[in-house]
Design a protein around this ligand. Structure first.
Ligand code: PMP
Ligand code: GLU
Length: 400
């Protein structure tokens, strides 16, 4: 008999974090591996943000803060929502946590009873279903194929709603596809929700600032003000500000939900790191000038990877609107054989083959709920991407 709970039997380690760790271990062991698994920018945290953290240490900002965030960070978050999204919040609508991940986890833990349903468009970020399962909820997946731009239609949303639905998890731009919903598309989904007052929305906006080709980001609470009281908008500094290690995420939403999240956080981890909170204030209030050149670089890499993948026999992909991922369909290599005679039976086999044969680490689509695909993170240097694409092309050509 294991001491571990039955609930945990359904939970697996995060496949994205596992792959990042594995690629790092192989590299440390001297293997020539190019990691395309990382869900974090390769850029450094901007200097003015680092300086703010150093100043916070020198000022003695090294003690517990209020559980839900320092007043100054909450004001910076309120300012961010007003400036970027046209949304008005009060401090009691805001909670700061140890990464967007903790904020989302706390949201599910505080709102899901056994059997409550959460609608998750697939492909999805790996952690949503496991968080829902840990909280005792049931994930209801809505399959969003490449032909639909990996986006959920209003009809699909309507069909997925039941009396047990508690949340829709809405992530745009998306991890793992980079697909982002236009204002009209957000509006059309919101219209469906207006008719179902028991359904709440978690809008995971963590990739908000990473959009290309003039795409305009919209968030549901602003697009449909009649849903404002039913939306928890989650965000964080990890992606846009290249601050994954600092662990600051936040959410804004109904006061009763935020209060419950604060209670659970107060009984588990307390406040997010005081120094990282001070850095996040500077991230949100300080200069955003670094974003444009970084996004230009991301766009260049995206276009390169998309072109190279579409040139390879057996692989294909669309052009994502945002984030730093390309989700590549690999149905043309499924069923083929490696030089050792092993059959590539699915996308997990294909990514294992890429790692083994040519030293490229990527994540299989099945981890995100759509097969046969693999996710490339282009948050790495152009040099690495060129080499990795050459290697993937060779690996595919070697299959028969
Ligand atoms: N949401 C999505 C869609 C993500 O890709 C991530 C990245 N891990 C997160 C939330 C959480 O990020 P963090 O905990 O670093 O804020
Ligand atoms: N969100 C990133 C990813 O999908 C980081 C790893 C994780 O937290 O899952 O790769």
């Amino acid at each position: 008999m294991s001491i571990v709970t039955r609930r945990l039997a359904a939970i697996k380690p995060s496949p994205t974090l596992s792959l990042m760790t594995k690629a790092k271990e192989l590299k440390a062991a001297g293997k020539d591996v190019i990691g395309l698994g990382a869900g974090e920018p390769d850029f450094d945290t901007p200097n003015h943000i680092k300086l703010a953290a150093k100043k916070a240490i020198d000022n003695g900002e090294t003690k517990y803060t209020p559980v839900d965030g320092t007043p100054v960070l909450k004001q910076a978050i309120i300012g961010k929502f007003k400036r970027d999204n046209g949304l008005s919040y009060e401090p009691d609508n805001i909670i700061v946590g140890t990464g967007g991940k903790q904020v989302l986890y706390n949201a599910f833990m505080t709102t899901l009873d056994e059997g409550d349903e959460v609608i998750i468009p697939a492909p999805y970020w790996v952690s949503y279903p496991d968080m829902v399962a840990l909280a005792g909820g049931t994930s209801v997946f809505v399959s969003c194929p490449k032909e639909a731009g990996f986006k959920m239609t209003p009809d699909q949303l309507e069909a997925a709603i039941t009396p047990k639905t508690k949340w829709l998890v809405f992530n745009s731009p998306s991890n793992p596809t980079g697909a982002a919903y236009s204002r009209e598309e957000v509006k059309a989904l919101a219209q469906v929700l207006l008719a179902h007052p028991h359904v709440y929305v978690i809008s995971d906006d963590i990739y908000e600032h990473l959009v290309y080709d003039g795409f305009e980001f919209s968030t549901m609470a602003e697009v449909e003000p009649r849903l404002f009281d039913r939306i928890l908008t989650a965000n964080g500094v990890s992606k846009a500000y290249a601050m994954t290690g600092w662990r600051i995420g936040y959410a804004a939403g109904p006061k009763d939900i935020v209060k419950a999240m604060k209670t659970i956080q107060g009984q588990s981890t307390s406040n997010a790191c005081s120094i990282a909170q001070a850095a996040a204030v500077e991230a949100l209030n300080g200069s955003h000038d670094f974003l444009v050149p970084r996004n230009n670089e991301f766009k260049k890499r995206r276009d390169y990877v998309v072109a190279r993948m579409n040139d390879i026999d057996g692989l294909s992909c669309t052009v994502p609107e945002g984030a730093f991922y390309v989700f590549v369909c690999c149905d043309g290599v499924i069923g083929k054989k490696t030089a050792d005679g092993n059959v590539i039976a699915g996308d997990a086999d294909f990514v294992a083959y890429l790692l083994d044969a040519v030293g490229v680490a990527a994540v299989q689509g099945s981890a995100f709920g759509l097969e046969p695909y693999f996710r490339i993170s282009y948050a790495t240097s152009m040099d690495n991407l060129e080499k990795a694409c050459d290697r993937i092309a060779k690996a595919c050509a070697d299959l028969c």
